[in-house]
Design a protein around this ligand. Structure first.
Ligand SMILES: [Zn+2]
Length: 392
């Protein structure tokens, strides 16, 4: 056992450098340092490795190799020197809260419904455990959350101990298997009166240190259920984010949080209707523009239109209206200085020669065959130049 496993609350520890070997890490020069003992936890049991310092040098990774923890650092350390290892406590305590939280949720889900945890993941923002049940109804999620938080209120000790491998006691204890290179006694972590579980991780000493656990939502995965959760400080941080978002929405919508969903629902419906009305009116405008152009006798050979709020249906309505006429249509939509879509339509021979030239002037790309050439311009800054091409 490493110092971090004997006392998961030790934040620093003095030890001797056993070896220091040069190595490449993320294609940079680095060193692999092995110490007599360490408070930096190497990856294991689903828990990520610690960060911190060894002899003042930042640690990039800590990996377990047999019974050793290998620290990857960027500076050479003298073999035989006494150095202090200091753990990045904020990151570690967060890992402890998520990992111990997983043990507690796992234990209660199995005790209550016999849902076994087949794997778990400690994520950057939220973690999940995979339960061997097809689904977890809302009532069960609520009940499990309630049980988990009641257990936290009971302030039960959580303690690691060593059990001889092959002993009868060990056979009773739940495990997802030991690493292939494991030798000697097995570390068991116990939540008093609730659970015993083989685990190498660093854990809280009392489950009251979990503060609170919030179960978030589930996801189906090949007949199993992923149950997402946050524990401890993460639950508070999540609550703060929700409060901030809620306050912003209250300001933007000028109504209380309980009215937010209905308000946004109304807003979206209104927007949908408005968009439809706008689109229909744009098509009508396009038809009127075509009619006006064709009313001139004879019609001018070129019709050039830019419309900021225009869209594809506007452009298509113009092109359809002029179909069969000896008129070259050039239409652009979007903000005055671009980017936005453009369309060239008219007699096929003219369109096929003009289209690529216009695309080039507008710093864009396009394509098409026959009577229509359409594309996307990166900028309408040189729209007048493009228009000039039509007069040639
Ligand atoms: Zn564990």
């Amino acid at each position: 056992m490493f110092a971090c496993q004997r006392d998961s609350y030790a934040r620093s520890f003095k030890s001797t450098v056993k070896s220091c070997e040069p190595v490449k890490f993320e294609s940079a020069d680095a060193f692999e340092v092995i110490l007599e003992d360490t408070v930096l936890f190497p990856e294991g049991g689903g828990q990520p490795d610690d960060r911190g310092t060894v002899g003042g040098v930042p640690v990039k990774r800590v990996v377990r190799r047999g019974s050793n923890a290998v620290h990857i650092v960027q500076e050479k350390l003298d073999v035989g020197a006494e150095v202090e290892t200091v753990v990045d406590w904020k990151r570690r305590f967060d890992n402890m809260q998520q990992h111990s939280g997983q043990h507690l949720i796992t234990a209660l889900a199995i005790n209550k419904w016999n849902y076994k945890t087949t794997s778990w993941n400690l994520g950057e923002a939220k973690s999940f455990l995979e339960l061997d049940c097809k689904s977890l109804p809302t009532e069960q999620i609520d009940e499990l959350e309630c049980m988990v938080n009641n257990a936290i209120l009971e302030c039960r000790p959580m303690t690691p101990r060593l059990v001889e491998s092959g002993s009868d006691e060990l056979n009773e204890i739940r495990s997802r298997g030991l690493p292939a290179d494991h030798v000697g006694p097995v570390r068991v972590v116990e939540i008093q009166g609730i659970d015993s579980n083989m685990c190498c991780g660093t854990h809280v000493s009392n489950i009251s240190h979990l503060q609170a656990i919030k179960l978030l939502h589930t996801e189906s995965k090949r007949g199993h259920t992923l149950l997402y959760y946050v524990a401890g400080q993460r639950a508070l941080a999540l609550l703060q984010r929700c409060v901030d978002t809620e306050r912003q929405l209250t300001r933007l919508l000028s109504c209380g949080p309980e009215e937010h969903p209905q308000f946004v629902d109304r807003l979206l419906k209104t927007q949908k209707t408005t968009t439809k009305v706008l689109r229909n009116q744009l098509v009508e405008i396009a038809e009127l523009l075509v009619a006006k152009h064709l009313a001139e006798k004879p019609p001018k050979p070129v019709l050039s239109i830019h419309r900021e709020e225009g869209d594809m249906s506007f452009m298509n309505a113009l092109a359809s209206g002029l179909e069969g006429q000896d008129v070259v249509l050039f239409v652009t939509c979007g903000p005055d200085k671009g980017p936005g879509p453009f369309l060239v339509a008219g007699p096929a021979d003219k369109v096929s020669s003009l289209g690529p030239k216009i695309a080039k002037v507008l710093d864009g790309k396009g394509g098409g065959r026959g009577a229509r050439y359409q594309g996307k311009a990166n900028s309408f800054a040189k729209r007048a130049d493009a228009e000039a091409l039509l007069q040639e």
